[in-house]
Write a protein that binds this ligand. Structure first.
Ligand SMILES: [Fe+2]
Length: 278
């Protein structure tokens, strides 16, 4: 474990996730930021409480990690001068988004490095978010399975999500049923900063494993998805207004805990561009 002098970093689970105290994301000094970057690589998901920040401060913080992504389909705050924001709104009329485990936007050639998600309205209870470490999931496999996966490539696309005709995202600014986007990525990717390997297929965007018969691909992906759900690889975060979570999209997956379904819940997300997985 790294030691930190300018911030305090407290892990919340064994596999990933740490709560960071002693920083305000709107005014963060270089010494603290350098430690934050190290903590991000070490813990994969960082949590911050009581971050009363403006949208501009939210963007400026994320921009220190890289350029910002404009989502190919979701730009609900474009008219307000913030095309970079994705809004996750759920309430009595609108179901939770992201009820299945996934990494974000893996249907493009260069999926995001990560995201910074701020809670604007929290449910009184429920609506937590879970993350899972894809390092932990990979490392728990046998040598033989790791070797078999090592040269496999998966196809990711939007056929079952954004491009589906009844995918209900109009209320958060998506156009109905746009064209299908698709991309290919290794099933096991190497993190460019930590050098660690992690699984990189997900239930939401991965369509199949290239070169396998459909039944083989379905069986192998089904096994990996069940394996990834092992609670030991996960952490869980309870939201309050102005709580912020920042996750590494290259080595984690996440999903909402879709309980308390009628509660009003609003999250605003900024996403940082990543590079081509290898
Ligand atoms: Fe997501």
């Amino acid at each position: 474990m790294n030691s930190y002098k300018h911030i305090s970093v407290n892990p919340i689970a064994g596999a990933l996730g740490a709560e960071v105290a002693g920083v305000h994301l709107g005014q963060i000094r270089d010494e603290a930021f350098n430690e934050l970057q190290a903590a991000f690589v070490e813990h994969s998901v960082l949590f911050f409480r009581d971050q009363e920040i403006t949208r501009d401060q939210h963007k400026a913080f994320a921009r220190r990690f890289g350029t910002l992504q404009i989502h190919p389909y979701l730009q609900p705050l474009k008219d307000q001068g913030h095309p970079e924001f994705v809004v996750l709104q759920s309430d009595e009329q609108h179901p939770y988004l992201a009820e299945a485990w996934h990494s974000d936007v893996t249907f493009v050639n260069e999926p995001p490095l990560g995201s910074v998600l701020r809670c604007v309205v929290a449910p009184e209870f429920g609506g937590d978010t879970m993350w899972a470490s894809m390092y932990a999931a990979y490392e728990a496999l046998s040598d033989k399975m790791q070797r078999m996966l090592s040269d496999l490539v998966a196809i990711h696309d939007t056929a079952r999500t954004f491009s589906r005709t009844n995918y209900k995202t109009e209320h958060i600014g998506a156009k109905p049923a746009p064209e299908v986007l698709s991309s290919e990525h290794p099933v096991v990717r190497t993190h460019p900063e930590s050098g660690r390997k992690g699984l990189f297929v997900n239930t939401t965007f991965t369509a199949s494993i290239k070169g396998m018969k459909p039944a083989e691909s379905t069986a192998l992906l089904g096994f990996l998805y069940r394996h990834m759900e092992t609670p030991d690889f996960s952490c869980r975060f309870r939201w309050r207004p102005n709580s912020v979570a920042m996750w590494d999209n290259r080595c984690t997956q996440h999903r909402v805990v879709a309980d308390n379904r009628t509660a009003n819940r609003r999250m605003e997300r900024i996403t940082i561009n990543g590079d081509k997985p290898y």
